[in-house]
Design a protein around this ligand. Structure first.
Ligand code: NAP
Length: 200
């Protein structure tokens, strides 16, 4: 399994630290050329290598750590996403929920990553927490995973474990996944809104 992180800002670097801490190879990319990212990548650890976006997208598993509004730009960079797993670590704010066609944000982006397996995860922790060692007082910090593709979650859960997290599977995006759907910097109101609609 090969891994890439697209976006090397706060969340991209936080995740890169987790890969480095556990000696797992990962490529990192953004819109800037690899030479611009290389010093920071080296500073994170020897298993973190900066590449061009196109080269990074050769990985099997690609973590999106970019502003939500940029996802289509990344999707366009590959002619086909068949065989790829996309881990969506993004939150959709500040985009208003009305612009998500009534879908959970990861289901919304999945429309652009045609044929990819999309798993939502690593999106609920602040960057500083995500960057720190997830083994805390003998316990493991939890990561929530959800996907509409049943087969996709297990390998991502395995990665989360290798990174030191305790993965908790929430099921489909429009079921348990809604619990980690951020809206206006809070989590969960979508599910209540949904329940409310069903009761009417
Ligand atoms: N910050 C948090 O605590 C936090 C917590 C949970 C989830 N999130 C989510 O994580 C995502 C990233 O947040 P962040 O705080 O890490 O943002 P950030 O610090 O602004 O970093 C964004 C990164 O994305 C890159 N980028 C932007 N457009 C791109 C494109 N079209 N192609 C490739 N790379 C692109 C930027 O690099 P270039 O300018 O070089 O392209 C930059 O490295 C957001 O969706 C956010 O909602 C953030």
């Amino acid at each position: 399994m090969s891994y890439a992180i697209v976006g090397f800002g706060k969340i991209g670097q936080a995740l890169a630290h987790a890969f480095a801490r556990n000696n797992i190879n990962v490529t990192v990319a953004s819109r800037r050329p690899p030479e611009a990212l290389a010093p920071q990548a080296r500073a994170v650890g020897p298993t973190v290598v900066a590449k061009s976006l196109r080269d990074a997208l050769e990985a099997d598993t690609i973590i999106l750590a970019i502003p939500f509004g940029e996802h289509r730009e990344v999707a366009k960079a590959l002619p086909s996403w068949k065989g790829k797993t996309v881990i969506d670590a993004m939150n959709s704010f500040p985009l208003p929920p009305e612009e998500l066609d009534g879908l959970p944000s990861s289901a919304f982006i999945a429309k652009s990553f045609t044929d990819a397996k999309v798993v939502k995860g690593f999106n609920h922790l602040g960057a500083t927490t995500l960057a720190s060692d997830p083994v805390v007082e003998g316990g493991h910090r939890v990561i929530f995973l959800s996907s509409d593709d049943e087969d996709a979650i297990a390998p991502v859960a395995d990665l989360a474990k290798r990174l030191g997290f305790a993965p908790v599977t929430l099921g489909k995006l429009n079921e348990g996944g809604l619990l980690v759907h951020a809206r206006c910097r809070v989590w969960g109101p979508l599910i209540f809104q949904d329940l409310f609609k069903k009761q009417q």
